[in-house]
Design a protein around this ligand. Structure first.
Ligand SMILES: Nc1ncnc2c1ncn2[C@@H]1O[C@H](COP(=O)(O)OP(=O)(O)O)[C@@H](O)[C@H]1O
Ligand SMILES: [Mg+2]
Length: 250
């Protein structure tokens, strides 16, 4: 068993009168991909912001890479990187220049070879010298993920990494996320797309009504519903069936 890279217990958060998190609990095993699945407004970004020390919880505890977000925020920040719907890349610079700049800012040795390695890993080597302004949405998001890896953080948060991308770009980003996990990085990914969770995650947790209402592997989630009996064929429930059953049809 891997140790937990992220441990969340009893997390609560309100914005004025709006109770967003009402006791959120989950653990993420080191080196795994964990999907926090929820509708728009469920509180996914709120969870990620608390784990990234950008927001304080009202109650509960959270540890990232063994460090408490409330009492050891500097250590947590050194352990993570956060990438979201906003792309933190400079349009005027090339992909390679963006990576080199960030590697310099982080005081890494040999920023050029760090940049080259990441460009290769995320299939951006051919576009390395082009201005980011000319990149497709998928290329930008991949560059954003590559940038977040500078300094080798053990834990990476991807907040809706494919929202707004076309189908081809989504597939490219999915490959990039798989590449992250293959190198041993722990990935906490939020998504409102069931197929994304289904494709990428080792475990899936559904955030609904301020709590985690389901948490398990895809196979465990599918076992929650009996297979639908049809006359001659047996259909396994999809993650969508499970999601709708547990959150209730709207
Ligand atoms: N700074 C804020 N002030 C007030 N309400 C907020 C703030 N941030 C988020 N909310 C509200 O909290 C709820 C959860 O937001 P969020 O965590 O962004 O959800 P998600 O990322 O799942 O879409 C939403 O109803 C949102 O409008
Ligand atoms: Mg969000």
């Amino acid at each position: 068993m891997n140790a937990a890279a992220i441990q969340v217990k009893g997390l609560e958060k309100s914005y004025k009168n709006l109770e967003v998190l009402r006791g959120v609990d989950f653990d993420v095993a080191a080196g795994s991909i964990f999907a926090l699945l929820g509708s728009n407004g469920a509180g996914k970004t709120t969870v990620v912001k608390i784990l990234a020390t950008l927001l304080k919880a009202d109650a509960g505890t959270a540890k990232v890479n063994g460090f408490d977000v409330a009492t050891q925020p500097a250590e947590v920040r050194e352990s993570i990187s956060l990438t979201g719907q906003f792309a933190a890349v400079d349009e005027i610079l090339s992909g390679r220049e963006n990576l080199v700049l960030l590697a310099r800012l982080r005081h890494l040795k040999d920023p050029g070879s760090v940049a080259n390695g990441l460009l290769e890993r995320f299939s951006l080597a051919d576009a390395a010298a082009r201005k980011v302004a000319t990149y497709s949405g998928g290329m930008r998001r991949r560059l954003d993920i590559a940038m977040s890896l500078i300094g080798n953080p053990p834990v990476i948060f991807l907040d809706e990494p494919t929202t707004g991308l076309d189908p081809q770009a989504r597939l490219e980003v999915w490959d990039a996320v798989r590449e992250l996990a293959a190198q041993g990085t722990t990935v906490l990914l939020t998504t409102q797309y069931l197929d994304e969770a289904e494709q990428l995650a080792d475990r899936i947790a559904i955030l609904h009504g301020g709590r985690i209402i389901v948490n398990g592997t895809l196979a465990e989630l599918k076992q929650m519903l009996p297979p639908a009996e049809v006359e001659y064929v047996e259909k396994q429930p999809t993650l969508e069936d499970v999601f709708l059953a547990v959150v209730g049809h709207q």
